[in-house]
Write a protein that binds this ligand. Sequence first.
Ligand SMILES: Cc1cc2nc3c(=O)[nH]c(=O)nc-3n(C[C@H](O)[C@H](O)[C@H](O)COP(=O)(O)O)c2cc1C
Length: 196
Amino acid sequence: MRVLGIHGSPRVGGNSDTLLSAALAGAEEAGAEIKRINVSGLRISGCTECNDCYALGECSITDDDMGQIYDALEWADRIIFASPIFFMGLPSQAKALIDRCQRYWALKHVLGEEFPRPEGAPARFGIFIGVGATRGKKLFDGVILTMKYFFDAISMKPVEDLYVLIRGIDEKGEISTNAEALRSARESGGKLAAMD
Ligand SMILES: Cc1cc2nc3c(=O)[nH]c(=O)nc-3n(C[C@H](O)[C@H](O)[C@H](O)COP(=O)(O)O)c2cc1C
């Protein structure tokens, strides 16, 4: 099983970074091959809505780091997307990555083609790990919807039962004192990797 972790925070070594590491460790324990993408070190331009992808399912922006991300998205059987909440949504770097998946949306919904997958590859599933400073009931509502449509565009089924949503964590490193959150992330990663 190939499990890709996507870290959506610009803060290296922060809370979502640690949660993602725990989830990937759980996936590895379950026997998965893992890979990780950190948006913080990458140049990801925003979608320009040129709609060129409607013709071929390819993105016309080629002078940034999305190429390696597309390769990873196509390599993966499973995705663990970990991110903090910024202004009730995703950090701009993480959202840019998602917007640039419009080429896969176009492939599926405009061109009527399948997401590129090797013959006999496992079913695709994705989960989200979120962390925010506040405790509001609706804190993750917007991002859960964004993830639903992101996973749909890349032909992955979201497994919301395995989402890990942690409220009330703000300072860098604060998550390390929350053993329950780390255990939960590790368990979710393991379960995701073990799904049929
Ligand atoms: C620009 C910005 C916007 C934020 N917006 C929210 C927000 O809307 N709701 C919230 O609960 N926390 C918000 N936060 C706090 C982060 O979600 C919180 O610090 C989180 O633990 C950071 O995770 P990280 O260390 O993985 O980056 C915001 C932080 C920043 C820097």
